[in-house]
Design a binder for this molecule. Sequence first.
Ligand code: CO
Length: 215
Amino acid sequence: MQQYEQLLKSNKDWAERMVQQDPMFFENLVDVQRPAFLWIGCADSRVPPNEITGTRPGDIFIHRNVANLVIHTDMNMLSVLQYAVEVLEVKHVIVCGHYGCGGVKAAMSRHSFGLINKWLRHIKDVYRLHVDELASIESDEARLNRLIEINIMEQVNNLADTSIIQRAWKARNAPHLHGWVYDLHNGIINPLIEIPANSKLEHEIYEYDDLDVQH
Ligand code: CO
């Protein structure tokens, strides 16, 4: 059997098991999705959101990219965010990164990786913003892991700085924003930062005072 055929076979087995547990499982999900969470995570194959949180189809709306970045000109991420916040009305947005992130590691090096340099550049900017703290860490691994944590917290702040989030905060006092880091060594997620709805922004230059203007 080809490697990819195994996926299709496993899928059939899984669907059968789900129906055995709950005959209406798929039928109940056909017409509507009401996830309470939007997850913005790293594309890394070792950090599958549903599996590591014990959640099921229908529970989490998911966007993943290299190093879980929230970039204000990324139409893909912004479209997911707008839909999740304004249509699905999620209660929480979670940015989940992970220690040992290859994207952050690549951004910390001076090696050129081709096209992805453009993406990693955003992480280099995060490094520059926190260079005093990071440069004082002697161990390469500890410095990488600290940049991974700082990067997650920066991305959560990037969410708070969007008009999409600020408009939702005014309209319905949600969603709450969270930054989490996953440990590949033990499978545990640790919370790093939480920004409840309607918190004061870290930098007021990002605060819009005329949110009735559309996006
Ligand atoms: Co990663």
